[in-house]
Write a protein that binds this ligand. Structure first.
Ligand SMILES: NC(=O)c1ccc[n+]([C@@H]2O[C@H](COP(=O)([O-])OP(=O)(O)OC[C@H]3O[C@@H](n4cnc5c(N)ncnc54)[C@H](OP(=O)(O)O)[C@@H]3O)[C@@H](O)[C@H]2O)c1
Length: 329
């Protein structure tokens, strides 16, 4: 096999297009993965500045390795992060994959890597301690729903989640929140204060940004932390500095897409140590949107995500085809 099917995004096409590409070769420190399933992320909706194979998150089987990587890994089932995931084969740095626990099939495993790395990294950046009360905004989003479970697996006490829509509180409860706050119209800090006996939460993971950052700061306890993880509403925010100072709140922003390969490798290693046991025993389990889309349906699945209809991670099954151009998916 010298060629593969891949979805390619370009500045001219808002939605990636299915096309034929040469099979990628693993670099010296990379693995080549035969992709079995991929998951969609909000980042897949953003325009690109240069033509590229789309997608970031995959699960599959190691088909080949680079010259510095242990050949015994060939055949291992892995989930990982790499740009160019929306293809039958993808390369990834060998430290940017984690083993898939036996209980998970590839379509469930594909939902995990970005959420695991991001939410684990953010909770660590916020100094999560056992028993802490955590507020997670946009808890219905693909990564944050898993963040609820990760917080709990790392020892959080009460976990509060937000959604804009009352119809989504069931999803938040399925993800494992103790309290769901519907944010349309209500004062977030006031509701958090009510739920925490006036104290505020120890840690906020904010996925909304924009005008939500200030209420997140107001929701934190004195000496608490707000970690900006997502910018669903806006990447810019106006922050009232006096309340930030008065409450002695740590405000920090994380973006693991901008992280050097070694830092990402360190996060994969920490996640494998601290969270794989919780995935194996089911305390951390993928929160999936109903059903699995075929590879050819990927553009429709992106529309489903863009229109805010997804309830959990959207998964695409990727079955390698011997001949490019087949339409039987
Ligand atoms: N820091 C990092 O390294 C990192 C890594 C991955 C992702 N992210 C970021 O994290 C965020 C979540 O990513 P995702 O892929 O999980 O997103 P997603 O699944 O597309 O999230 C969709 C959900 O977010 C909520 N939402 C959407 N627009 C909103 C708005 N304007 N205001 C408030 N809530 C809104 C909606 O939930 P309700 O209808 O229930 O409110 C919607 O169902 C994105 O901003 C993404 O770029 C950051």
């Amino acid at each position: 096999m010298t060629h593969m099917r891949a979805f390619v995004a370009s500045p001219e096409t808002p939605t990636p297009v299915l096309t034929e590409r040469a099979l990628p070769q693993p670099g010296a420190d990379e693995v080549l993965v035969r992709v079995e399933a991929v998951a969609l992320n909000n980042a897949d909706l953003a325009p690109v500045t240069a033509e590229q194979v789309a997608g970031y998150e995959f699960a599959g089987e190691i088909a080949d390795v680079g010259s510095t990587v242990d050949r015994a890994l060939i055949g291992n089932r892995v989930m990982g992060i790499s740009s160019g995931a929306f293809a039958e084969y993808a390369t990834a740095h060998h430290t940017h994959v984690a083993p898939i626990p036996d209980r998970l099939d590839p379509t469930s495993a594909a939902a995990l890597p970005i959420s695991l790395i991001t939410e684990y990294g953010a909770l660590r950046a916020g100094g999560l301690r056992s028993g802490d009360t955590v507020l997670i905004t946009a808890a219905s989003s693909g990564i944050a729903a898993l963040g609820v479970q990760i917080a709990r697996a790392l020892g959080a006490g009460v976990v509060i989640g937000t959604t804009r829509s009352a119809s989504r509180t069931g999803l938040l409860e399925r993800a494992g929140v103790d309290h769901a706050i519907v944010t349309d119209g209500g004062d977030l800090a006031e509701q958090v204060s009510h739920l925490t006996g006036g104290r505020g939460v120890d840690l906020v993971l904010d996925h909304v940004g924009g005008r939500f950052v200030d209420p997140c700061i107001q929701s934190a306890r004195i000496g608490g932390a707000v970690i900006s993880v997502g910018r669903l509403a806006s990447p810019t925010a106006e922050v009232s500095l006096f309340p930030l100072a008065k409450r002695e709140v740590l405000l920090r922003s994380v973006s693991y897409g901008l992280t050097p390969a070694t830092v990402m490798g360190g996060l994969f290693s920490a996640v494998s140590t601290h969270l794989l046991p919780a995935i194996i025993d089911g305390r951390v389990t993928p929160v999936l949107d109903g059903g699995t889309w075929s590879f050819a349906q990927l553009p429709e699945a992106l529309t489903h995500l863009r229109e805010g209809r997804a309830e959990g991670k959207v998964i695409i099954s990727v079955k390698s085809q011997p001949h490019f151009g087949s339409t039987s998916h």
